[in-house]
Ligand binder design. Sequence first.
Ligand SMILES: Cc1cc2nc3c(=O)[nH]c(=O)nc-3n(C[C@H](O)[C@H](O)[C@H](O)COP(=O)(O)OP(=O)(O)OC[C@H]3O[C@@H](n4cnc5c(N)ncnc54)[C@H](O)[C@@H]3O)c2cc1C
Length: 487
Amino acid sequence: MDALPLHPLMPLPDAEARLAALADRVAWELQTLAYPARDWVRPRGDGVRDVVVVGGGQCGLALSFALRRARVTNTEVLEAGAPAGIWLRFARMHTLRTPKHVTGPELGMPSLSVRAWFEARYGEAAWAALTKIPRDVWQAYLDWLQGMLALPVEAGWRVDAVAPEADDLLAVTAERDDGARARWLARHVVLATGVDGAGAWQVPAMVAAALPAGRYAHTAEAIDFARLAGKRVAVLGAGASAFDNAAMALEHGAARVDLLARRPQLPAVNPYRWMEFAGFLNHFADLPDALKWRFMRTIFAMNQPPPQETFSRCALHAGFHLHLGAPIRALRMEGDAIVVETPHRAVPADFLIVGTGLVVEPALRPELAAAAPHLARWRDRFAPPAGEEDAALGAFPYLTGDFAFTERVAGSAPWLARLRSSSFAAMASTASSGGISTLRPTVDRIARGITRDLFLDQAEADHAALVAYEERELVDLTLASEGTRPW
Ligand SMILES: Cc1cc2nc3c(=O)[nH]c(=O)nc-3n(C[C@H](O)[C@H](O)[C@H](O)COP(=O)(O)OP(=O)(O)OC[C@H]3O[C@@H](n4cnc5c(N)ncnc54)[C@H](O)[C@@H]3O)c2cc1C
């Protein structure tokens, strides 16, 4: 379907040997950094997992690694798709949008970094020549990382419910592709289900109402670009994905692509780049609500430009037409043609690609159906000053600094404190966009929140263990001056 050209990189002739040497270095670093190595979490028993992570993409994998480093090993990662993640599914860029130096899933271990792996496989010169990592190479790196760390992922399980079993226990229910169903009990659940994990990719109602299925698709859906050869394609939206998909259509021989966006100007400045400093990434979540609100309104108002290479990928085609200040006034079928009406013109098309992003609405996710009626939104917790009202921002879930949902009504659903989300819904509360640049602070905060809660749950028992602790360290009190004592 998505015939995206693969990167021209060739592994070095001795790549296998270099990767084997790197694997030795990884093992050495893991062993060297294993302290404190003692398993400490008291089992709840009855097969209860300490943590169930839903989603085996980069975030689910990095979180599983972070928990393991904290010696939380009674965990499960459930993944619906094959392959996991977005990179080989509907990401349609040639390279990542983020620069190559942005690290994340290696959690600070140099031998596990994308650079170390890339240089072992393709060489230092290839890395030096690289500006951004090819999308499929990034996925190959994630596969290598998962293998290196032997991170287990139960594939083929789509979680469709997370519900309270007790105040300190959640029941996770999932269905496998073959219809089999299973249930896990967990003390903590993390929904690492992607940027749309607490909402949905959004097709405007007017599109679904006006066009027959098969004549439009969202950018997060599978699209048969080969079938667009010689066709007129209209694209709604001006985000990076809208441009990626416009470029795909052009590269597959579309006769013409019209990209339509409401805003009169494309943003040129990327606030997500500005955010990339330790203070903001690690401590936005510690800000008072009023400042969080102000930062988020500013970031959303600034919006994000498509990366230069993505814009240029379209701009080099004579068949590419950009319409700014072009909100959709009407949409209809005229015979077999789609007609997109804007204040300035009527744009005919044979296929419509919807690049309107996602909506944050937990009630749209089956796995959040039990939580949605009880979880607090920003509008439930924060009253913005006059002039700073923002209904869309107010609809974002109000999460804790370690990404846990909170109750709209105190005492109504205490189990929400054990349910966390790393989706874009966390952005308002933690500035976590779900991207690579915020991955490490996201995973660190979630893992620390969970280990804190696990320790607090067992601290009484741990104290009793301390009282009973009698491993003698000082065993030989022989003094030269007094000879041997008969202990
Ligand atoms: C088109 C696109 C391009 C992007 N490009 C970049 C970029 O270049 N740089 C950057 O930093 N960020 C980028 N991002 C943002 C972000 O990095 C990616 O979205 C990334 O995939 C997030 O990783 P993740 O593990 O959180 O989610 P995902 O990679 O989406 O993984 C989530 C996994 O959860 C699984 N899942 C979902 N629901 C369930 C369920 N109910 N049960 C079981 N499994 C489930 C999915 O199958 C999926 O495998 C991009 C996002 C998009 C959409």
